[in-house]
Design a protein around this ligand. Structure first.
Ligand SMILES: Cc1cc2nc3c(=O)[nH]c(=O)nc-3n(C[C@H](O)[C@H](O)[C@H](O)COP(=O)(O)O)c2cc1C
Ligand SMILES: Nc1ncnc2c1ncn2[C@@H]1O[C@H](COP(=O)(O)OP(=O)(O)OP(=O)(O)O)[C@@H](O)[C@H]1O
Length: 332
């Protein structure tokens, strides 16, 4: 059976409310008195959600606004020689933050110059000119400033001199270990979708545009949408998955292959992410679609013949259909 609409909206980050997003440097701004949370928030996992809830509670108590302060691009992309793959594209990350319950999202453009500032200059030159910060909420592991030199105690003592309160929250844990974007990436690499879902608080989603692939799926009995995801995004481990696909506001059951198909490696136009949408008919070339991953079914493999491949794939599609049915659900 399909999950209910509220769960699907959570999985696909279809927000019911959305706060404004301001990019610093666009214009002079005065965002007023506020309590802020600072971080990248890649994945917007359950630890991030808890931190943002606490930030909003504090703001309500003080009668001021609650803002999430984040960075674009992800600082890792600017300062690291080998940046981690992102759980979310920037648009999704900002959209999810804007729907998290805060009153606004402040996006700080991240440059090498910004990376060289220490915490004092970051507050004095970047944040305090645009808002009157009353309190800062971060996780206890948070570090700010050039090479992450400013720990929570360092930031706390500097902020105290300005009358700003800092709360370094105990990290939300799962199985006794802090939830983090890094850990969720490693679960994806092991196709451990149960752990991913527990720590994200929803199923993992990727989105991309549907491209023309080899065009052989239909003749094999299972048309597939070949999806190109922007570079630098984290995908689940190569393999075959059951999942769901969002197309034009309707969610369809989907059988998904991640990775270049071993039987067609080297063929021109071969897809590295493709999905058979169960019950869907129509032309979606060029459309933007999103996939969420529900369960790992098996590794992708080479078969002795194409007929054998077809029979195994059709069996996988049947498994997805047995679980989710064969009809679309509108999210409106
Ligand atoms: C649910 C599913 C499972 C798949 N499993 C495999 C697999 O185990 N091995 C493989 O080589 N290709 C696998 N594929 C990819 C198919 O070979 C591919 O969809 C088909 O050749 C059509 O390719 P085209 O869309 O590029 O024309 C799978 C595709 C789907 C949708
Ligand atoms: N498990 C958690 N519980 C509470 N707060 C957290 C947790 N993880 C991160 N935070 C806080 O949320 C904010 C944003 O986190 P950030 O994206 O920087 O880290 P992260 O999720 O640990 O990612 P990464 O693994 O890539 O470092 C920071 O203030 C951070 O300290």
């Amino acid at each position: 059976m399909m999950p209910d609409v509220a769960e699907l909206r959570r999985d696909f980050l279809v927000e019911s409310s959305s706060a404004p997003v301001w990019r610093l440097g666009d214009a002079d701004m005065d965002l007023g008195p506020a309590v802020i949370a600072i971080g990248v928030f890649d994945g917007l996992h359950v630890g991030h959600a808890h931190l943002l809830d606490r930030t909003v509670q504090d703001a309500r108590r003080r009668g001021v606004s609650a803002y999430a302060v984040t960075f674009d691009p992800d600082p890792d992309q600017v300062v690291s020689a080998h940046p981690a793959k992102a759980l979310m594209g920037t648009d999704d990350r900002l959209r999810a933050l804007a729907a998290s319950g805060v009153d606004g999202v402040i996006v700080v453009p991240f440059t090498r110059e910004l990376a060289s500032l220490d915490h004092a200059r970051f507050f004095d030159e970047v944040l305090l000119p645009v808002c009157d910060i009353r309190a800062v909420h971060v996780g206890s592991d948070f570090r700010l400033g050039a090479r992450g030199a400013s720990t929570v105690p360092v930031i706390t003592s500097w902020c105290a001199s300005r009358g700003i309160c800092v709360e370094g929250h105990e990290l939300v844990t799962d199985d006794g270990t802090p939830v983090s974007a890094t850990r969720i990436r490693s679960y994806l690499e092991k196709a451990d979708l149960d752990s991913v879902r527990r720590e994200l608080g929803r199923r993992f989603m990727v989105s991309g545009r549907v491209h023309t692939g080899r065009g052989k799926g239909t003749s094999m009995g299972f048309p597939t949408a070949d999806i190109r995801v922007e570079p630098g995004r984290q995908a689940p481990a190569d393999g075959v998955y059951s999942g769901l696909a969002l197309v034009d506001g309707v969610v369809w059951p989907a059988a998904i292959n991640v990775g270049v198909p071993p039987m067609f490696r080297g063929c021109p136009g071969v897809a590295s992410l493709e999905a058979n949408l169960i019950g869907f008919t129509g032309d979606i070339y060029g459309s933007e679609i999103a996939l969420v991953f529900d369960a790992f079914l098996r590794p992708s493999q080479s078969f002795a013949s194409v007929d054998e491949l077809i029979s195994v794939v059709l069996h996988n599609i049947q498994t997805v259909q047995d679980h989710f049915g064969n009809r679309g659900v509108a999210l409106a």
